[in-house]
Design a protein around this ligand. Structure first.
Ligand SMILES: Cc1cc2nc3c(=O)[nH]c(=O)nc-3n(C[C@H](O)[C@H](O)[C@H](O)COP(=O)(O)OP(=O)(O)OC[C@H]3O[C@@H](n4cnc5c(N)ncnc54)[C@H](O)[C@@H]3O)c2cc1C
Length: 407
């Protein structure tokens, strides 16, 4: 019977622990939080977007996103759903492929795992931060709070640095480095963005639907529609989180990063010009600022006019053809330079991590050190928003768990 240590009681660690214990291994989880699954509890606004039925390698980023393909094939949605049934967890599948626990509460996910790992005989050492992993002969020595214990196999499932308030540490990278593994530089992802402008803070609190185009070095890179929310520091909202992966990576590479906000994506440019013109004819004597609130949020209009350098108090009829053109351009491509992300503290996930080049994706075992395994977000694989990150954590955890139990 293999004696297995799992460092980190998050999604990947819990799945690996349960799989290994069910396959006959003697498993111990080390978790420095009071209890396991703290990030699961906070996920999906407390609802836990647990998986996505459509996940494929194209939903992932990293030096080699294809690394994720084998794990995703090994645990397609139906396999995960069946696994969930074995721990008493039923799923609610949405039309777009996102899944949530049927209870709609992340708590059920954690409770189901906690109960199942206990039943499978997994030991949980909580409130102990692992400070070192060493290999002596064929055994691994785990050090935590000046105590040492020996194991046959070790899984590093410590996650990333994203959301340190939930227990995230960069420890997994340090452990990997001591065994000669390379680390792709970590960067915050699924995160709010900081803008370089003098007006965004004046619009703090303004939430609207928009189409967001991410520009890298002036070229359009990605287009998404969804909520945006102006904030004191910059911009947030689901559409922004969606483009943040590429934006954050590009910032790290010193590229010029900008977003273009289209406040009225349903019109083409000419139709929008005609619409504004009609408005000025309909209410010629209304101040322009008031007239425009017929088509745009009242909180946005003054700042938009300031950006266009058009006086807000002129009668609508005085808007020239040139100004109508300028205004419709701005409404559909209001450009803001991005200068930073809101940081790891606010990020849902982190890109970068332990290089996939030195991990066998069929076993999750290190190619450098026999008996050492990796799973979850500590690896240089990061997914889009929509359940993809848990997806990879479960799938890679399951593979590692199975392999570690093999004698
Ligand atoms: C607010 C928020 C919402 C999210 N919502 C979703 C969502 O709805 N859907 C989705 O797919 N993804 C979501 N994510 C991302 C998802 O939570 C992570 O991708 C996933 O938890 C990664 O699992 P993991 O097991 O690799 O790492 P983690 O879940 O981070 O687990 C790692 C564990 O290791 C422990 N640890 C770290 N260092 C040590 C050490 N030295 N000793 C002992 N223990 C240690 C940590 O305390 C932690 O419990 C969200 C993330 C956040 C922050």
């Amino acid at each position: 019977m293999n004696k297995v240590a799992i460092i980190g009681g998050g999604a990947a660690g819990l799945m690996a622990a349960l799989t290994a214990a069910r396959a006959g291994a003697d498993v111990t989880i080390y978790e420095h939080n009071k209890s396991v699954g703290k990030k699961i509890l906070a996920s999906g606004n407390g609802r836990c977007n647990i998986i996505n039925t459509t996940a494929c390698r194209d939903d992932y980023f990293g030096a080699d996103p294809g690394f994720s393909a084998y794990a995703l094939q090994q645990m397609p949605f139906k396999t995960f759903e069946k696994f969930c049934q074995t721990i008493g967890l039923l799923l609610d599948i949405k039309d777009d492929g996102r899944c949530y626990p049927l209870s709609n509460e992340a708590k059920s996910v954690v409770l189901a795992f906690q109960t199942a790992v206990k039943e499978a005989g997994v030991k949980i050492v909580s409130e102990k931060r692992v400070s070192g992993i060493a290999k002596e002969g064929k055994q691994f020595i785990i050090e935590s709070d000046q105590e040492k214990a020996a194991y046959d196999k070790v899984l590093i499932a410590t996650g990333s640095e994203a959301a340190p308030q939930l227990g995230a540490t960069g420890d997994g990278y340090d452990f990997a480095k001591t065994f000669g593994h390379e680390i792709e530089p970590p960067y915050p992802s699924l995160v709010q963005l900081h803008l370089d402008s003098t007006i965004h803070h004046k619009m703090a609190g303004v939430k609207t639907l928009a189409e967001v185009t991410l520009y890298l070095n002036g070229r359009p890179e990605e287009k998404v529609q969804g909520d945006i929310l102006f904030t004191r520091y910059g911009i947030s909202g689901l559409a922004i989180l969606d483009v943040s992966q590429k934006a954050s990576l590009a910032l790290m590479e010193y590229q010029h990063v900008a977003v273009g906000i289209n406040l009225l994506p349903r019109f083409n440019r000419q139709a929008l010009g005609t619409l504004i013109e009609k408005l000025t004819v309909a209410v010629p004597n209304h101040p322009l600022e008031t007239a425009l609130t017929g088509i745009l949020s009242i909180k946005v209009v003054p700042h938009l006019l300031q950006s266009a350098r058009i006086r807000p108090d002129i009668p609508a009829s005085q808007l020239t053809t040139k100004e109508i053109k300028k205004l419709s351009h701005l409404i559909q491509d209001w450009r803001f330079d991005i200068i930073d992300t809101h940081g790891f503290k606010h990020a849902e996930v982190s890109g970068g991590g332990v290089s996939t080049a030195q991990i066998d994706n069929k076993t999750m075992e290190s190619k450098l050190v026999e008996g050492l395994y990796f799973a979850g977000e500590v690896i240089d694989i990061v997914g889009r928003r929509g359940g993809y990150n848990f997806n990879f954590a479960w799938a890679s955890g399951m593979i590692a768990g199975k392999e570690m139990a093999r004698t």
